[in-house]
Design a protein around this ligand. Structure first.
Ligand SMILES: CC(C)(COP(=O)(O)OP(=O)(O)OC[C@H]1O[C@@H](n2cnc3c(N)ncnc32)[C@H](O)[C@@H]1OP(=O)(O)O)[C@@H](O)C(=O)NCCC(=O)NCCS
Length: 237
């Protein structure tokens, strides 16, 4: 319900309490002041607010929050003999992963200064084959930096492309974000191609700004704006 003071009143979809947000926040994710769960302020006069649109189901995948049961698959991912130097920030042993998963369960999309992790699960068999990491980069929480990591056994099958397209749709249609960005080093051909194929534009390159394995690497930045996403023909696979 829109009140005279240009506030939208509705019930939290989690705790059922009445909440009120400025009309300018319609369609955006907010934290419920009563239960602190994240919700989306309804744009359509609904009596009840909207849930964050997760999980996301694509043709072959489910993109979802990580759960305690994922520890084995995550351990397999980080224990790969050739761990990627590009994205891993997860703990590397069983105990560390279990503790980390416990803490991650408390992170919400509206939690300040926290990374949100989303698992990439194959529908057939239910195995977790990778994860994505999102970090808001502005105080308004309209810009996100993301990265992703896929189990080597499942690479080159289009899974990352499918997951990135789903993530961009979630960011722009689900959360009404303004901009999604990603970065990698310029020798990471797989990541560069993946991001280009998903429709992100190469915006620039920082020269020798990252020291890794005994050499200076260039970081390439890619981004997609909401307005360009809306205009683009869906690259969904
Ligand atoms: C980058 C990464 C996620 C790609 O995963 P993937 O599932 O193999 O990617 P896809 O199969 O969806 O491929 C998408 C496109 O990326 C490109 N690509 C993927 N792997 C590639 C490789 N090894 N060499 C060259 N291009 C590659 C291809 O253009 C491919 O499209 P095509 O097969 O139609 O030509 C994966 O290699 C990975 O996890 N790497 C380590 C972590 C990392 O670098 N993350 C990126 C941080 S943003």
């Amino acid at each position: 319900m829109i009140t005279e003071e240009n506030f939208i009143d509705f019930k939290c979809p989690h705790c059922g309490e009445l909440v009120s947000f400025p009309q300018a926040s319609a369609g955006f994710a907010q934290a419920c002041p009563n239960c602190t769960q994240s919700l989306i302020v309804p744009e359509d006069g609904s009596e009840v607010g909207w849930q964050i649109p997760l999980p996301i189901t694509t043709a072959r995948l489910v993109i979802r929050r990580l759960e305690g049961r994922d520890w084995k698959d995550l351990l397999e991912l980080v224990s790969d003999e050739d761990p990627s130097r590009y994205v891993h920030t997860l703990p590397l042993d069983e105990e560390g992963i279990l503790h980390w998963l416990e803490a991650d369960a408390h992170v919400k999309i509206t939690t300040p200064d926290q990374m949100l992790h989303l698992g990439i699960e194959v529908q057939k068999g239910g195995k977790l084959i990778g994860y994505m990491r999102l970090q808001f980069t502005d105080p308004q929480r309209l810009q996100v930096h993301f990265s992703l990591f896929l189990d080597r056994k499942f690479q080159r099958q289009g899974f990352a492309q499918e997951a990135v397209v789903a993530l961009l749709t979630f960011c722009f249609e689900g959360l009404k974000l303004h901009r999604a960005a990603a970065s990698c080093d310029n020798k990471n051909t797989a990541a560069c191609r993946l991001l280009e194929k998903a429709g992100l534009k190469r915006e620039g390159e920082f020269v020798k700004d990252t020291w890794s394995d005994g050499e200076w690497l260039n970081t390439v930045w890619y981004a997609l704006l909401e307005e360009d996403f809306a205009k683009s023909e869906s690259p969904v696979t």
